[in-house]
Design a protein around this ligand. Sequence first.
Ligand code: S3P
Length: 455
Amino acid sequence: MAGRPAFRVRRAETPLRGRLVAARDKSITHRAILLGALADGESRIEAPLAASADVARTVAAAERLGATVTLDGDALLVRGPVRRESAPWDLDAGASGTTARLLLGVLAGLGEACRLDGDPGLRRRPMARVTRRLVAMGARFSGPADALPIELLPGGSLAGVDHELEVASAQVASACLLAGLFASGTTRVTVPGPCRDHTERMFASFSIPVRRDGRTSAVEGPVAPSPARLRVPVDLSSALYPAVLSLLVPDSELLLEEVGVNPTRTGGLDVLARMGADVGTEAPRRFGEEPVADLRVRASRLVGVDVGPELFPRLLDDVPILAVAAAAAEGTTTFRGVGELRVKESDRVDSIAAMLRAFGGRVETTDDTLVVRGGARLSAGRVDARDDHRIAMAAVILAAVAPGTSRVTGVDVTAQSYPGFAAAMRGAGLDVEEVSDDGAAPAPRRRRGGGRAGP
Ligand code: S3P
């Protein structure tokens, strides 16, 4: 019987060159679909991350709620509004934490009977941080609702509340703001640190007035979104895999196009710059409310740096790939205040440590600290992705600079955020091949020349 797919990766022996359009922004795509489903009429979402397994869960949920979602070339057309008469709803977020948490806000607002579930990994992730906020607004759940599956009871009508979040979580803040669209009065959310503000920006695109003051965002309900047209930038978190690859392979130069550079997301670029990375920002522009640029990345000698907890919310998904850069750098890089990573798709603090050690990296961890000692002699490794897309992709990049041939197993999860990841890296010149984990003959593979890799 064939095992799960694996990647066989050979060390990059030649510089990487060309242009690459990495995967589109997952966070923005989820939000656009949900708001499109709530708006009365057709919204057009250009260049969405349509092929992502996580986004497919949000699309399926929107359809189940009564919206229609169709693909029109490179765009998604979403026609709302939701049809309450199609309740009760039985919904499945799969492995997607963003689908689950944002949807809970919408469902609480709709106030119809429904059940939301997810796969075993998502069932283990904390949900009380969202549901107790929604309960404070008037939502009613059966049982403690601290983990999936969660059952929402019908009839809870919502009122605006002042939320002071203890975790700088965009998912929690967004769930509150989405519920706030249905609540009477003001829903105000204050986050303890700067976290991604795509929801607030997208509210503006869908003509929903939102007031912002420092770390506080407020929406006056009830208010319905109006249909919108927008274009989705490339996901900076996905672009960082080829970016770090290009930094680490001598003489490389890659141009990463249409990358979202929303300042709430660019902590990883700030850290790389402090490490000595040569990353130039070209052609700054906007896609609607979101800032976008092309990033020119040239191979660089990197040094270790201290990454304090204040930076964490601006780079949280990027610690795996930054840790790879740190392993290949001279000196020690310390990531402090990263405890939240223990409740992501895997316990990412442990997964990063195991991944780096598999290649000979030296790393120490505490509950909320990750210390990477650069300059260790790296060698080819075998590592499992632990059902975590970001671990799988970070491991491929480290494999590209470790002498020999490495193997990363369980890589089907890369489709959650970066469908076509291996093909894109091949397009940039990396020798990565999809194989079956049982050691069987390689799966059929299309070779691509250097140059442009598709979105
Ligand atoms: C996301 C927020 C972050 C991030 C996740 C996407 C979002 O999660 O890790 O990949 O789209 O709002 P938290 O809000 O739980 O930190």
